[in-house]
Write a protein that binds this ligand. Structure first.
Ligand code: FES
Length: 105
């Protein structure tokens, strides 16, 4: 388990107990956050876009080239904090991660 601090699209922040070994996207969906995640985690839809707190960006690792290409097409893309939540595996090291659900596009 890892605690995640999540801000939804209404700006409300809550803490969830996330399962390790599965993606951030799956954890957000399991906890009823609005996230279309249409492609189911195949890195091809960008509807699982989140903003990672900038202090945590190094810990979650770099974006892949495919992820960068997809995110770069979004109006809300922020180079300093945007990630596809399906491309981040939740690990114990991410305990305390702060994440914000990006606007729907
Ligand atoms: S769920 Fe489609 S890119 Fe993440």
């Amino acid at each position: 388990m890892a605690k995640l601090i999540v801000t939804n699209r209404d700006g409300e922040t809550s803490t969830i107990e996330a399962d390790t070994g599965i993606s951030l996207m799956e954890n957000l969906r399991d906890n009823d956050f609005e996230l279309a995640a249409i492609c189911g985690g195949m890195c091809s839809c960008a509807t699982c876009h989140v903003f990672i707190d900038e202090d945590w960006m190094a810990k979650v690792g770099p974006r892949s080239e495919d992820e960068n290409d997809l995110l770069g097409e979004l109006d809300s893309f922020n180079d300093a904090s945007s990630r596809l939540s399906c491309q981040i595996e939740v690990t114990k090291e991410l305990d305390g991660l702060m994440v914000t659900i990006a606007p729907d596009e």
